[in-house]
Ligand binder design. Structure first.
Ligand code: PAF
Length: 295
């Protein structure tokens, strides 16, 4: 082993804390210097998509906190929770290499001192369709944990990926519901070379399925090319057709919705910001993607 590299590994350890008190202590000294604090909540198994959120946070803030917590209350399938990749050591090296200031890795007890309870929230049309309909209770779990994480980290700005676009809109609604002085920044989807949206779940795919899954983005782009001349019903049918011949691909949904309310539209209106949303399972792994139709 390279001796110099191992010295760096030993002496350059990323500042990692596991309790809210420790985060608050650190925040106190940063706040004393009027620093702007950015926050990137994650469930770990980090990839370039997460690192792009970190970079955006570093551009806009003096100090950045990343959290890693695989939140049990947002999983409605125990198998999905136990299969979720956990790669803390690798994640922490990656964050360190990218200049992170503070890593927060709370335990379930720290996040949920009174047991794994989730709050129930009212987000109107945002929680009617798509992931809300397919994963009942999922967004209550997300909103609960993000609320606890915001309490612990009290950032000025928090960064979320547009891959989970419905989540992003719900977090915006949560912050407004709770009157939190936190700016929410949505960041563009990062893609693998094939076009597949980056996700921690991609590593659960066989190399063949990972390649085949590129059909999702390709078909979304083709849908966008037709979007100004073809009705949504036909656009969705064409999308379904394109997936039919692909081995192991099971379409869960394809929807065209307005970006603000996330309600499905039946007619295309170029005055509205519309977005196509797809979920496709490959080898049982749920892959999400979306694309703005009139950028
Ligand atoms: O997007 C995620 O990784 C999670 O839903 C989040 C926001 C970290 C909450 O657990």
């Amino acid at each position: 082993m390279n001796r110099r590299a191992s010295r760096i590994d030993i002496y350059n350890i990323l500042e990692t804390v596991s309790s809210s008190e420790q985060v608050q202590l650190q925040l106190k000294s940063w706040r004393a210097e009027s620093m702007r604090i950015g926050f990137v909540p994650t469930m770990g198994a980090l990839h370039e998509g997460h690192i792009s959120l970190l970079r955006k946070a570093q551009e806009q803030c003096q100090k950045v906190i990343v959290s890693i917590f695989v939140n049990p209350t947002q999983f409605n399938d125990a198998k999905d929770l136990s299969n979720y990749p956990r790669t803390l050591e690798r994640d922490s090296r990656l964050l360190e290499a990218n200049g992170l200031d503070l890593l927060f890795v709370p335990s379930a007890k720290e996040m949920y001192p009174n047991g794994l309870q989730k709050e129930t929230y009212e987000f109107g049309s945002l929680t009617v369709g798509m992931e809300a309909a397919n994963r009942p209770g999922h967004f209550d779990g997300v909103a609960t944990v993000v609320s606890h994480l915001f309490d612990a980290c009290s950032p000025d700005v928090a960064f979320f990926g547009e891959k989970d676009f419905q989540q992003l809109q719900i977090i915006r609604a949560l912050v407004s519901l709770q009157n939190r002085p936190i700016e929410i920044v949505g960041c563009p989807i990062m893609r693998e070379e094939s076009g597949l949206a980056m996700s921690s779940r991609n590593q659960l795919l066989s190399p063949e399925a990972r390649q085949n899954a590129a059909v999702i983005y390709k078909s979304l782009k083709e849908l966008r090319e037709q979007a100004h001349k073809v009705e949504p019903k036909k656009l969705k049918e064409d999308f379904k057709e394109k997936l039919k011949g692909i081995p192991n691909a099971e379409l869960e949904y394809i929807k065209i919705c307005d970006e603000r309310g996330l309600l499905e539209v039946n007619e295309l209106n170029s005055n509205e910001q519309l977005r196509a949303f797809a979920v496709v399972r490959f080898e049982g792994v749920r892959l999400l993607d979306n694309l703005s139709l009139f950028p």
